[in-house]
Design a protein around this ligand. Structure first.
Ligand SMILES: [Fe+2]
Ligand SMILES: [Fe+2]
Length: 185
């Protein structure tokens, strides 16, 4: 049986206990990319769009790469909607939280705000202000988020587009999550 900590409650833990816990955590971290792939596969189910949510994610990443985006941005494009099925009420923030320790502040901001910015394309059908995003007009990453949505995200529901498969992106995702995280909790 695997070794376990000595405590039943955290306040009784010792340094040795936490060494054991964090050693296990490091093993989980090494498998993080594989967990992300499993999650993406769950997004390959039924969808009201013409393609699955995985297909949309792959197409968004394919367009980003085709436009010359760097690897970090391509992975952000691939994972921007990974919150969709777990956190439908705040999917952008869920994806941004996953990516935050491994990406720039700029790319984190884009992923975190893309849902609101995408509202430009559909809010008006529900009598909401499609320009709600303009409250961020003075933000340094406003234009980049507008472009992310316009050029990659909102276009990527096309079953005819030559979308690259997940296998193409896997090495990029593995490299991103192999980076030293810039925060612990
Ligand atoms: Fe989204
Ligand atoms: Fe999207």
């Amino acid at each position: 049986m695997a070794k376990t900590v000595s405590f039943n409650a955290m306040d009784a833990g010792t340094r040795e206990d936490y060494d054991l816990v964090f050693a296990q955590d490091r093993g989980n971290t090494a498998h993080q990319a594989e967990r992300v792939f499993e999650w993406l596969q769950m997004m390959d189910g039924d969808s009201p769009y013409k393609i699955s949510r995985l297909g949309h994610s792959l197409q968004t990443a394919t367009r980003a790469e085709a436009d010359g985006a760097d690897e970090e941005m391509v992975v952000c494009a691939l994972l921007h909607d990974i919150g969709d099925i777990l956190a439908p009420a705040n999917h952008s923030q869920a994806a941004a939280a996953l990516l935050r320790p491994y990406v720039s502040k700029r790319n984190h901001w884009i992923v975190e705000h893309h849902g609101l910015f995408q509202g430009y394309y559909w809010f008006h059908h529900y009598d909401q202000d499609r320009n709600t995003r303009d409250k961020f007009r003075e933000h340094e990453h406003y234009a980049a988020c507008v472009a992310f949505c316009a050029d990659w995200d909102q276009k990527s529901f096309d079953p005819e587009y030559p979308t690259l498969p997940l296998e193409h992106f896997k090495p990029m995702v593995r490299r991103l999550f192999a980076r030293a995280p810039n925060e612990h909790v």
